[in-house]
Design a binder for this molecule. Structure first.
Ligand SMILES: Nc1ncnc2c1ncn2[C@@H]1O[C@H](COP(=O)(O)OP(=O)(O)OP(=O)(O)O)[C@@H](O)[C@H]1O
Length: 398
């Protein structure tokens, strides 16, 4: 008989179904909370696709963890099924533009995710063919296999340029490159992303725009409650979810963070050998979730965006008590950082824009002040994240 090694735990005392709390877990319909209206509006915009007609192109904005990707994927999946029952062949491709930043990578991902090599006989290699060849194969795949496709470009602002958007919008124009109808769903948490787009691409790709608001405490509570069965029955103390919901709502209304707090609280119980997940664990769990969230937020951000943040962090670490720092003070430190990095500085205007982007993501807070008639009014910037967390993450990311 094989002996069981007592060193390893076989029955997890805390979790029974931990996948429910994993970052990329896609909850089924019953577990999507508080987004009925957004789901309806998205469905409405792509509705023509179920009859094989062109869906509207969509841009979805909203802060991180507000369910943008989740709802876009959910509606796309349902659209594919609904189209099928109308006799229309549809599919959707999902591209994480933070991973696939170049035009070639993005078109490769789209082509390989839509390709059914057995049926098409087309090969999409990982590399070794030109961008133009990827496109040609993509158009062939679309023509051979589909009446309509949706292309989801998540974190669309991370694309190096507009080239692929240009191609997709051309392809979408009545049968120029393919007969398949194409709908593009761009997703971004940079509210100013559109300003950077080429005018032609903008008018074609931004037919419908949606802004997803942050969740409130009761929605976050429901989102977590809907995953309570990740835990063994009875191990979760009554106060854990309300506490985690209150904290997550007060800070960002970010569902991912709320779920992370819950998972970490469970892991703390596991690692300390506690029998129950206690409300007190939420404080440490929150700190870990905050670090993760921030790391994710600045993942793939441009070096200058990080230098600007680093400048404000250095000021904040040196002078914790103030109500913020003026743009010019931040710019001085930023210039020094650029000197050390051996890179040219961006203009003060661009730095102001980068600060606005950080403000939109709730990394910093901006306030207007009046300096009296001599000075006019000016803006102050204050770091909302814990400066030590920011510093550690920035050091990690180089
Ligand atoms: N309404 C909801 N109901 C249930 N779970 C949700 C809901 N909204 C978000 N979540 C959970 O939070 C996770 C993060 O959501 P999602 O990826 O959709 O956010 P996002 O708005 O796209 O954020 P980001 O800009 O960071 O990509 C999802 O994988 C899902 O597990």
């Amino acid at each position: 008989m094989v002996e069981t090694d007592e060193l390893f735990i076989r029955d997890d005392p805390i979790f029974v179904n931990k996948e429910l709390l994993e970052i990329n877990h896609l909850p089924d319909e019953g577990r999507i909370v508080g987004r009925d209206e957004e789901i309806k509006l998205l469905a409405n915009a792509v509705n023509p696709a179920i009859f094989g007609q062109s869906p509207s192109n969509i841009l979805i904005y909203g802060k991180t963890g507000t369910g943008k990707s989740l709802c876009a994927k959910h509606v796309s999946g349902r659209l594919v099924d609904a189209a099928e029952s109308e006799g229309v062949t549809a599919a959707f491709a999902y591209v994480d533009c933070a991973q696939d930043t170049t035009e070639t990578q993005a078109v490769q991902t789209i082509a390989s995710s839509l390709n059914r090599p057995q049926a098409t006989g087309i090969n999409i290699p990982d590399k070794g063919i030109s961008t133009a060849t990827y496109y040609k194969r993509l158009w062939r795949i679309l023509d051979e296999s589909y009446d309509v496709v949706l292309i989801l470009l998540d974190e669309i602002d991370k694309l190096a340029d507009d080239a692929i958007l240009m191609q997709l919008s051309r392809a979408g124009e009545a049968g120029k490159l393919t007969d398949c109808k194409i709908g593009v769903v761009g997703i971004s948490n940079k509210i100013r992303y559109k300003d950077r787009m080429d005018e032609r691409v903008k008018s074609s790709l931004c037919e419908r725009e949606f802004v997803f608001p942050p969740y409130d405490a009761s929605q976050l509570g429901e989102i977590m409650e809907a995953r309570r069965d990740a835990f063994r029955e009875g191990v979760l103390d009554g106060g854990v979810i309300p506490r985690a919901a209150a904290l997550a709502a007060r800070e960002h209304g970010d569902a991912r963070k709320a779920i992370d707090i819950l998972r970490y609280a469970g892991e703390i119980a596991q690692s300390t050998g506690a029998e129950r997940v206690q409300e007190g664990f939420v404080t440490d769990a929150r700190k870990r979730a905050e670090t993760d969230r921030f790391r994710e937020l600045i993942r793939g951000s441009t070096p200058h965006s990080r230098y600007v943040l680093n400048a404000l962090t250095i000021l904040s670490l040196n002078d914790a008590g103030t109500d913020g720092f003026r743009t010019t003070a931040i710019y001085d430190v930023y210039e020094e950082i650029c000197r050390q990095e051996g890179t040219d500085t961006l203009s003060l205007r661009r730095v102001r824009d980068l600060l606005k982007e950080h403000a939109f993501l709730d990394i910093i807070e901006q306030s207007r002040h009046s300096g009296g008639s001599a000075e006019g009014s000016y803006t102050k910037h204050r770091l909302l994240e814990d400066p030590t967390v920011v510093r550690d993450v920035l050091v990690d990311q180089g």
